[in-house]
Design a binder for this molecule. Structure first.
Ligand code: G6P
Length: 743
């Protein structure tokens, strides 16, 4: 629109100026013509009266003079006429124009003396007139008196005003016509071809073949389009070659790496692009204050830790809620940006939610309803009808956003977690050709627990829009099949491990999620960070324990502090020799339960530190803030042991990250038996976090474990993590999906 205005505006200004100048001349000309006409008429009338007036003045016939003055009053536009005596006194005047007598007329004496006529435009009271005064002379050229003829001139101005009105209307018509014609021309020669070209690009983006949507443009735009067509062709050829090479390489390699996953995805998905959907975005732009410079952070989230390396390796599009307060500043017109910001490997598309939507869908239904429903932590789930309505609305919003992106040819949509139970069905209904998988990152409860959810049927029905649903452990798969069997009209196939509903089959499989085991950080930089931390927190010669969590009631942070307290009570010899560092990222703080938990932990830590404090030593260093992966790395390296004491956890990636970070195979892991990770990391010191006695003893065990045993256990765990790393996890899901599609 702005561009069109820039194009039309100068034309309109020139036309308007030209027309106004023309109008001024036209009006002036008309005014002169009309006044000229009037003057001539006035002179003619005065001259025609001259003889009769002369006679009346000579004979001093006043009656005749009055009759003469009255005789003219009916003439067109003639306002009136006055007859003056030789001294300049009024002898007779048209009756209806008597006011004229009151007018001050200094020029009368001058005319009497000079004996020359005078014609002038005059204003008096409400009159706007032309007055013509003719001296009446006798034969000896002596002045007998004067005749004044007065014409109304207001009609001249009425005519001129009408003329202006007509000129203005014509101008408006011309301006509007020019604007319309310009718009039409612009549309025909510019907008429509560009629109057609954009449509063609859109089809090309979606992978539709060019023969179905050929480029029709001619001229310069046509040339541009055919250039793009050539680039498209070369890209397609290059992609095909790459996927064939990938097939060949896959036959050879063993351990799962970023490159191997890339090859697998190219080989299995070929040209079909990968679309990931999650609530939490992998890169978030936040500014602490509106005026501050925004920074890009990676949120503390298991989903982000796991999925980001996959998309970095394979490219694709990740669609997520843009929840950072500065997010809008960093997206293009399609709400997209390349990430990581300094090394664009894939596309992040941000979906915007209103505060109300976020409250209802995220805080309310997902985190006060489904989250406690799926975790056995005795926190009561809250289901509100309004939250459910928002949850449905937001799932639909994400569905629309995903559908907008999908290419024509069988795309892969990989949905994450409990925020999007309705999304699979919404996508499948519109795009039955898409392969849709959902990974559930948290535990799935028993059918009995799940049955308290008032929206159980819609949730299960929505999830069964998937081709594949993944859980971390077999137990959660079993719970899900049991739930579908008991609570929904469906058939469970225990042979194939699938659920069939209305003829549509959904496979259910376990895929234990993991981390990127090759955390290659510059060793020099890491050592420097470690030295700095040792100095800052006086850790030299101390036994250091670490914990890294979002502040969540499922993580067992309170139990951990109680266990440390009990440990120091029972084994006071460790006072001043031991320090536990807890990194705690505030999370979901608008929910009361989380808000209260922050206060509860603050108070508890303070209380225990006070209890044991000696000189500058205190047992717990509690750092409550967001930490980036780079900031966490030195703490893992420093930690002689790490505590993961979740009361219930789908997998828990902190446990695996700690193991992956221990390149020298030092350190011990205290791990809750209620995490998915405890199934794989059997060399950890497994605990029941509810048993504070057992928990406190596990700390002693971790500290006092002989070096060899520690090393052996850590090596075993490192083997598990590096063999079952996140690339294998993604590869297993893709392989399973493509295999299922063929059956
Ligand atoms: C768990 C959930 C994730 C979530 C993460 C962080 O790991 O499974 O989906 O992203 O917690 O929680 P948040 O609510 O901050 O995204």
């Amino acid at each position: 629109m702005k561009r069109i205005l820039l194009f039309i505006l100068p034309i309109l200004i020139i036309v308007s100026l030209g027309f106004t100048v023309f109008g001024i001349f036209q009006v002036r000309y008309e005014e002169e013509k009309l006044l000229d006409d009037l003057k001539r008429k006035a002179r003619a009338v005065a001259e025609s009266m001259e003889l009769s007036v002369r006679y009346s003045l000579i004979s001093a016939d006043l009656r005749n003079a009055k009759a003469l003055a009255e005789r003219f009053q009916l003439r067109e536009r003639l306002q009136g006429c006055a007859i003056y005596g030789k001294e300049g006194e009024i002898i007779a005047i048209t009756q209806r124009f008597e006011d004229w007598k009151e007018k001050d007329k200094p020029y009368i004496q001058e005319i009497l003396e000079n004996k020359t006529p005078r014609g002038e435009l005059e204003k008096f009271k409400h009159y706007s007139v032309y007055s013509y005064i003719l001296p009446v002379l006798d034969d000896e050229f002596n002045t007998l008196g004067l005749i004044e003829v007065i014409y109304d001139t207001s009609y001249v101005f009425t005519i001129l005003a009408e003329l202006w009105r007509r000129i203005s209307i014509t101008l408006i018509i011309i301006v509007v016509s020019i604007a319309l014609i310009a718009l039409l021309i612009q549309r025909q020669i510019f907008i429509l071809p560009v629109k057609r070209l954009t449509e063609w690009f859109h089809h090309f983006q979606k992978g539709e073949i060019d023969t179905k949507h050929p480029i029709k443009e001619k001229g310069e735009l046509g040339k541009l389009a055919s250039e793009v067509e050539q680039v498209a062709l070369s890209l397609r050829v290059a992609r095909r070659t790459l996927s064939e090479e990938a097939h060949a390489r896959l036959q050879k390699e063993e351990l799962w790496t970023e490159a191997k996953l890339r090859d697998l995805i190219r080989a299995k998905l070929g040209e079909n692009a990968l679309y990931v959907v999650s609530n939490r975005e992998p890169y978030m732009h936040v500014a602490d204050e509106p005026s501050a410079l925004p920074k890009c952070i990676r949120p503390a989230s298991g989903v982000v830790t796991a999925i980001d390396p996959i998309l970095r390796a394979c490219g694709g599009t990740w669609i997520a809620h843009g929840s950072g307060n500065a997010d809008k500043k960093f997206v293009n017109s399609k709400n997209k940006l390349g990430v990581p910001p300094d090394d664009n490997r894939y596309i992040l598309k941000r979906v915007w939610l209103s505060k109300e939507e976020e409250d209802g869908y995220y805080y309310g239904f997902a985190n006060e309803g489904l989250w406690p429903l799926c975790h056995n932590t005795h926190t009561r789930p809250i289901f509100r009808e309004n939250d459910w309505q928002d949850y449905k609305k937001v799932n639909q919003k994400f569905a629309d956003s995903v559908l907008e992106e999908l290419p024509v040819k069988s795309p892969f949509v990989f949905i994450q977690d409990y925020h999007f139970t309705l999304l699979p069905k919404m996508i499948k209904e519109k795009r039955p050709d898409a392969t849709v998988a959902l990974f559930w990152h948290i535990p799935w409860p028993t059918a009995e627990s799940f049955s308290i959810c008032p929206y159980q049927e819609e949730i299960l029905d929505g999830m069964l829009g998937c081709d594949l649903i993944g859980f971390h452990v077999q137990n959660h798969c079993n719970n899900f099949l049991d739930t579908a069997n008991r609570l929904l009209e469906s058939r469970v196939d225990t042979e194939k491990f699938s659920v069939v509903r209305f003829g549509k089959e959904t496979f259910v499989r376990s895929f234990p999620i993991s981390v990127d085991s090759n955390l290659d950080r510059a060793p020099g930089e890491l050592d420097r960070q470690i030295e700095q931390l040792k100095k800052e927190f006086e850790l030299e010669d101390k036994i250091v324990g670490v914990g890294v969590e979002r502040i969540d009631y499922t993580k067992g942070i309170v139990e951990r502090v109680l266990a440390i307290d009990r440990f120091l009570e029972k084994y006071p010899q460790y006072k001043k020799k031991f320090v536990f560092i807890q990194l705690a990222a505030p999370s979901r703080t608008h929910i009361k339960r989380y808000h209260d938990l922050i206060a509860e932990i603050d108070e508890l830590v303070e209380q225990k530190n006070w209890k044991y404090r000696e000189d500058s030593w205190k047992p717990i260093i509690y750092l409550r803030k967001h930490f980036s992966a780079d900031e966490i790395a030195p703490f893992y390296r420093l930690g002689d042991f790490c505590i993961v004491s979740s009361l219930h956890d789908g997998m828990n990636l902190v446990a695996k990250e700690y193991v992956a970070a221990k390149a020298d195979s030092s350190g011990a892991l205290i791990l809750s038996q209620f995490t998915g990770a405890s199934r794989e990391l059997t060399d950890a010191i497994l605990i029941n976090p509810y048993s504070i006695e057992e928990f406190s003893d596990s700390i002693k065990q971790a500290i006092e474990m002989p070096q060899e045993e520690k090393k052996r256990r850590m090596e075993n765990m490192r083997k598990v993590v590096s063999e079952n790393n996140v690339y294998r996890w993604a590869a297993n899901i893709i392989t399973e999906l493509t295999a299922l599609k063929k059956t």
